[in-house]
Design a protein around this ligand. Structure first.
Ligand code: PLP
Length: 416
């Protein structure tokens, strides 16, 4: 391990101490210590989250928002307490601006359907970028087809940065929504979301930021960005799967119709007519993922305990270290070299297909993702069928990147 990596490990975070919080990380895979580098897909859970979820189910479980007995009141308090934690974590003004969903995919579908129904008409325009996850592409395509609107796409340059001059040209008074990610899952690019938002607002458009890849890796401040919506997925934030959500400005939420209808989202139902509850309840029909929301609250406590600024600094140092290692590997090129990047290294080798690469790495106990990462338009843009992606978290160590680089070298030689 180089001097730089020693200083990364020592100066910013006590990574060995942190790793003890994640029971899964101490196991072996195929006789080798597990090296988990698929954090952009999903993250591992600290013991505090595992125990919180267990204890809630074992001792405190009850339905929320309905019961008038102790268990239900207590569960409702915990559930709403978790909403407050999420709101504070994101920098929202009011806790009611946070709507829980099953994750980012459902969150974007909610906004596309509900906002689209109310505000998007024939001839209107929606803007996305060329480096979106399918979750931030397909719902807008469907909306445009349904409403007779037009989808426009911000191009990306060879390094993986959005071409901002082209973005400005796409904006017009017809633009209703600009929907882009904060961090690209396929390339790691951190997009200039504040600037994107300012420019969209200048033509009267609303802005949705897909925060699936940013929420657990940097300090969030939705009010500073000034976006109208910001989505997140709990399972990418060290919380259980099945929960996530979307922040939205209250004045926009208030004007939007429900997406899913049924119990818990109503003010009054008669056989003739239903009136709807105020947000966020209007958008949370049915029994929510109660246990998972409590787990999300515990994950946020855990992240706050370490500090988002420290996490960002540490992961940035890991990224720099890993990038240097990869630049030295012959026969491999990094796809996505934006100036501002999160801790994702996506790479391609002409000799080993990403699927062969990930099988090879797996033999060394290394978990990486190979594929199109649900970003096929991005793969098309860079002329590759797929990439191998190493995505890091604060529990990863520089030594793990050394092992990854060695394994990649062996793989490239094997297939050459
Ligand atoms: N957006 C981005 C940028 C993602 O990386 C992902 C998942 O990888 C999603 C959206 C979808 O998230 P989920 O599957 O949690 O709904």
């Amino acid at each position: 391990m180089s001097d730089t990596s020693v200083s990364i490990a020592g100066n910013i975070l006590d990574v060995e101490k942190i790793r003890k919080d994640f029971p899964i990380l101490s196991q072996s895979v195929r006789g080798k210590p597990l090296i988990y580098l698929d954090n952009a897909a999903t993250t591992q859970k600290p013991i505090s989250v595992i125990e919180r979820v267990h204890n809630f189910d074992a001792k405190e479980y009850g339905t929320v928002r309905r019961g008038t007995y102790k268990l239900s009141e207590q569960a409702t308090e915990l559930y709403e307490g978790a909403r407050q934690k999420v709101a504070d974590f994101m920098g929202a003004e009011k806790k009611g601006e946070v709507v829980f969903t099953s994750g980012t995919t459902q969150a974007i579908n909610l906004v596309a359907h509900s906002f689209g129904k109310r505000f998007v008409n024939e001839g209107d325009e929606i803007i996305i970028s060329n480096i979106e996850h399918h979750a931030n592409t397909v719902p807008w395509q469907v909306l445009c087809e349904e409403r007779g609107a037009r989808l426009k796409v911000i191009p990306v340059d060879d390094e993986g940065e959005l071409v901002m001059e082209e973005y400005e040209k796409l904006l017009s008074p017809k633009t209703r929504m600009v929907a882009v990610n904060h961090v690209s899952n396929a390339l790691g690019t951190i997009n200039p979301v504040k600037e994107i938002t300012q420019k969209a607002h200048a033509v009267g458009a609303r802005v949705l930021i897909d925060g699936a890849q940013s929420s657990a890796h940097m300090k969030l401040d939705v009010r500073d960005i000034d976006c109208d919506f910001y989505t997140f997925s709990g399972h990418k934030m060290y919380a259980p799967s099945g929960v996530g959500g979307v922040y939205g400005k209250m004045d926009v939420w208030e004007e939007m119709p429900p997406y899913v209808t049924g119990g818990d989202m109503i003010m009054q139902v008669t056989l003739e007519k239903t009136t709807y509850a105020k947000p966020p309840a209007r958008f949370e029909a049915g029994t929510p993922p109660i246990t998972q929301v409590i787990g999300l609250g515990a994950a946020i406590d855990y992240l706050n305990g370490i500090g988002m600024d420290k996490i960002a600094d540490y992961e940035n140092a890991l990224l720099e270290y890993g990038t240097r290692l990869f630049k030295e590997i012959e026969g491999v090129r990094i796809i996505g070299n934006a100036r501002s990047k999160a801790s994702i290294i996506s790479f391609f080798s002409d000799s080993a297909h990403p699927h062969d690469m990930v099988h090879f790495l797996d033999q060394d106990g290394i978990a990486c993702r190979g594929g199109h990462h649900c970003a096929q338009p991005t793969m098309i843009r860079y002329g590759v069928p797929a990439t191998t992606r190493a995505s890091m978290a604060f529990y990863n160590k520089p030594e793990e990147l050394d092992a990854l680089a060695e394994s990649v070298k062996k793989c490239v030689q094997f297939f050459s």
